[in-house]
Design a binder for this molecule. Sequence first.
Ligand code: EPZ
Length: 416
Amino acid sequence: MQKLKIRGGVPLHGEVRISGAKNAALPILAAALLTRDTLALTNMPVLNDIGTMVRLLEQMGVSSARSGHSLSLTAADVGHPVAPYEMVKTMRASILVLGPLLARFGEAKVSLPGGCAIGARPVDLHIKGLEAMGARITIEGGYILARSARLKGARIFMDTVTVTGTENLMIAACLAEGTSVLENAAREPEVVDLAECLIRMGARIRGHGTDVITVEGVDALHGAEHAVMPDRIETGTYLTAVAAAGGEVTLTHARADTLDAVLDKLAEAGAAITRGERHIGIAMHARPKAVNLKTAPYPAFPTDMQAQFVALNAIARGTGIVTETIFENRFMHVQEMLRLGAKIDVEGNTAIVHGVERLTGATVMATDLRASACLVIAGLVAEGETVVDRIYHLDRGYEKIEQKLTGLGARIERSA
Ligand code: EPZ
């Protein structure tokens, strides 16, 4: 398995270009199933998860053409509305094909995603919402078997704020007969980006970005062009790396308006943040101050930035209390941080991070995408060499991470 070797202690300087958002691109790729026309996408990140979703669509009969960060999909002849276990088990976001397959073809066979390292992550709200729209759904042999005549608009209240649940139901509602109202909907910017793409395809959506999304179903959607929004979690990850390692960096092709909660916490930790139309600047010339945070649905502090802030708090002045309210097992990075000399106590869904003056390099193991980011940040500040193993987790969500960090002066290399 590939590893990243990092020799820490070097402040970061220069410019880094932010890639398109993985968590906006994935539902947008699934939405290509809604029309027989071509959906032409730009600012598409080059990531393993994107490749997995494209292969999943291609084995259904979707044709694709890719060059660099542009990708077009045409779902003219989808003769195989199936998402097989072998593919779904590698990427649970595959569940996002369920809504569009049902809406366009009236049938779908999608493997249940199964468990995940960070939590149970059921898909009961996806299923409940589609049933409310008239789908007949059974679970057989580990698969979701779904059938429906034309879906019917419905008022759906989601008990828990679910990002892909909101996305699945919003996509399905676009072709339903009548109007759907999604209540307690997710407000994440990725949901908004998906809605804007769907509207370009002819969908009638309003309220996206609020907790009540209204969709008036139409008979058919058409092709469109769409540029995927910048990745706000990649943005937050690089900003946190600078806050931890020190230095001055400008992030280009970034959107400051999608991560206020993170920018506020970085300022509280002592970073100087400058916001531009399409860039964010950060300067940090002192040891960070520990910050307390609690993850919650957007616009609150994102769970996908929790691990990175554990790394920041690990070397901060003072003690930072980090509370995770979204997933039940999202502190797996803590055990690995202890190997680097961090002082962290986990009590239930709270990590009490006692900042230390320095971390010392060691070999650590990535366990999930954002835990990997935490370990890379820790390696950037630790004395000596840190080896992060199993970095296939990282490659799912961070495009060219070692190239981008090397460009900022980090001493980092990939090895087999
Ligand atoms: C999305 O996952 C993101 N993935 C995750 O990012 C992110 O951590 C998460 O939202 C929360 O922001 C994509 O967008 C592809 P949820 P999702 O449904 O949609 C419970 C990353 O690092 N729930 O919002 O799967 C669930 O168990 C990934 O890029 C139900 O109970 O998350 C969780 O506790 C990791 N029933 C809570 O809701 C359901 O039917 C929020 O999950 C659905 C969810």
